[in-house]
Design a protein around this ligand. Structure first.
Ligand code: CP
Ligand code: NVA
Length: 313
């Protein structure tokens, strides 16, 4: 399998760092790796390479899909818990970045502060992959859009509606929808909108791609004619103390069968998982025929294998 070489050595921190063409190429590589792997012919593109995986927050999908993804590509994954590293005892990020660069060929990090990841990337001499920060979740967005393309055949012109918190997942989805010429609408309570600068930048990009970004308060308005309905938890990791208060504020930002009746009849339902059934989504919707959440979770594996192969091979 021949890969483009121009993404080699780059970081994957933010969807906005990549062009529409690069992102489409990543999706094509992800589909190809999925296809080849299912035939038992996964190319060993990362033989002899080691990916470090540094976690400050919990994870099921990200951890397991990165680790098995690099194994499938012939490399090795090294799980690093921040609690066990010296970074947990105050060793500076800039030192950690330079030390780890001497041992590893790439590093995936999941943490709280996005600035910490930017600092790590600045000092590291290897590709850094953002496995979720409080601000962004770009690997999730790439896998989500791979899933939407798989079910809908195309991306340009599709409408994706996000119901709930203007959080990390919403930010990266908004970014990728803008890049792919999609119509992104979000319904969120006042005070929980996506960040203004992220919205403005996405709107600028959407102008050029014939997409659109719309911020609304009313779920029934946002979801009209949606091809893809998306939701995520009301309280993200790090917001556990706000969870009870958020339950009151987010009450109507709840994807149930009634709300789904306002979307297109053939709309698909997505959730990055883990889900809180009965809060942001009902058990009935997540278990319905329209739900593609497990295919979406699987696609994390293929999308991230594409990212690793392009950055690290
Ligand atoms: N969606 C996602 O990133 O899941 P994990 O928190 O389990 O990694
Ligand atoms: N918004 C969620 C996503 C988890 C994958 C969080 O940050 O906890």
């Amino acid at each position: 399998m021949e890969l483009r070489q121009d993404l080699k050595g780059k970081d994957f921190l933010n969807i906005m760092d990549f062009s529409t063409e690069d992102l489409t190429y990543m999706l094509n590589v992800a589909d190809e790796l999925k296809h080849l792997s299912k035939l038992g012919k996964c190319p060993k593109l990362l033989e002899g390479k080691t990916l470090g995986m540094l976690f400050q927050k919990s994870s099921t999908r990200t951890r397991v899909s990165f680790e098995t993804g690099i194994y499938r590509l012939g490399g090795i994954g090294l799980f690093l818990s921040a609690n066990d590293l010296q970074i947990g005892r105050g060793e500076p990020i800039k030192d950690t970045a330079r030390v780890l660069s001497r041992y590893l060929d790439g590093l995936m990090i999941r943490t709280y502060s996005h600035d910490e990841v930017l600092e790590l990337a600045h000092y590291a001499d290897m590709p850094i992959i953002n496995g979720l920060t409080d601000l962004l979740h770009p690997c999730q967005a790439l896998a989500d859009i791979q899933t939407a393309r798989q079910y809908k055949g195309t991306l340009s012109g599709l409408k994706l509606t996000f119901i709930g918190d203007g959080n990390n997942v919403a930010h990266s989805l908004m970014n990728i929808c803008a890049k792919m010429g999609m119509h992104f609408s979000i319904a969120c309570p006042k005070g929980h909108e996506p960040q203004e600068t992220i919205v403005k930048n996405a709107q600028e990009v959407a102008k050029r791609t014939n997409g659109s970004i719309t911020i609304l308060e009313e779920p029934k308005e946002a979801i009209q004619n949606a091809d893809v309905v998306y939701t995520d938890v009301w309280a993200s990791m790090g917001q556990e103390k706000e969870a009870e208060e958020r339950k009151k504020v987010f009450q109507k930002y709840h994807v149930d069968c009634e709300l789904m009746s306002y979307a297109k009849k053939d709309a698909i339902v997505m959730h990055c998982l883990p889900a809180k059934r009965g809060l942001e989504i009902t058990d009935e919707v997540i278990e319905s025929k329209q739900s593609v959440v497990f295919e979406e979770a699987e696609n994390r594996l293929w999308a991230q294998m594409a990212i690793m192969a392009l950055l690290m091979a």
